[in-house]
Design a protein around this ligand. Structure first.
Ligand code: SF4
Length: 272
């Protein structure tokens, strides 16, 4: 049975949400193992199995200090962190998701896209940023966060002591909504299985959701971002910090101070 069909069956069965989530997580772990076999034979299988069981316990090995210039006082200054998982396993798992998404027409957003914006970066830092959806510049280039908001995100990442290549950046929906409107619930529902697979493949130490749409989607909450930020949530056992979207910060620079507090909280999670 293909993994896509297995996912479909899990969604079709009428089960309580927590059991369905657990079954989906089992499928994700199985896919890690399969990706490991494909990438590295029996050795890859062992690594895949280790990565899969790591998802059961803590997302990654104990963190070391964050590299770079903006370490907070609470952070240790030891050696640079190790990546969360074998890069080739991550590449293999992400490649599988990318192949599944190629040419996707599962929702109406496919009709207006120039490029599908999958996501980019690495799991080196253990940080995954999740935004809402591609805008004009992103759609043109097929890359996430490359417009004015993207430049601000780059500065936020640098302020944390990292570079853009150290983090992974993606969106809830992979195709640009018309006129940059907020994605509709059915569009998010159609695209979210891919986001779940993407994050599961990356196996980050911490997720940072940018803005209300991404925060509400991953947390299954209807609360405003002002109520979701300021605390550490859990997404399938992975710490999740919500903060404002950089596009909102461009319009409301007064909220940059609050955003920096959120990013410092994220750094604390990484250092813990
Ligand atoms: S937004 Fe997601 S589900 Fe909709 S067409 Fe694009 S890739 Fe497919």
């Amino acid at each position: 049975m293909g993994s896509g069909r297995a996912d479909l069956r899990v969604r079709e069965i009428n089960l309580p949400d927590e059991i369905r989530d657990e079954l989906s997580a089992c499928l994700d772990r199985l896919k890690w193992i399969i990706a490991g076999v494909k990438a590295g034979g029996i050795e890859g299988w062992t690594r895949g199995r280790e990565n899969a069981s790591r998802q059961d316990a803590s997302p990654c090995p104990p963190p070391h200090a964050a590299p770079g210039k903006a370490r907070s006082a609470e952070m240790s200054t030891e050696e640079p962190k190790k990546p969360c998982a074998e890069p080739q396993l991550i590449e293999a798992a992400l490649g599988e998701v990318g192949r599944e998404l190629a040419g996707c027409t599962r929702c109406r957003l496919h009709a207006g896209r120039k490029n599908l914006v999958f996501g980019e970066g690495s799991a080196k830092s253990g940080i995954v940023f999740v935004g809402e959806g591609p805008g004009f510049d992103e759609d043109q280039q097929g890359r996430p966060f490359v417009g004015r908001a993207g430049k601000l995100l780059d500065k936020m990442i640098e302020a944390m002591g990292y570079g853009r290549p150290d983090v992974y950046i993606c969106n809830v929906v992979k195709c640009r909504p018309p006129e940059n409107r907020t994605p509709q619930p059915d569009e998010i529902e159609n695209c979210s299985p891919f986001l779940i697979k993407q994050i599961s493949a990356l196996n980050p130490r911490v997720i940072c959701t940018l803005g209300a749409c991404a925060s509400q989607s991953l947390l299954g909450s209807g609360k405003p971002i002002s109520q979701l930020r300021g605390k550490t949530h859990l997404w399938r056992g992975i710490p999740l910090i919500c903060t404002y979207h950089p596009a909102y910060l461009l319009r409301n620079p007064v909220q940059k101070a609050a955003t920096w507090q959120d990013l410092k909280a994220l750094l604390k999670v990484l250092a813990s």
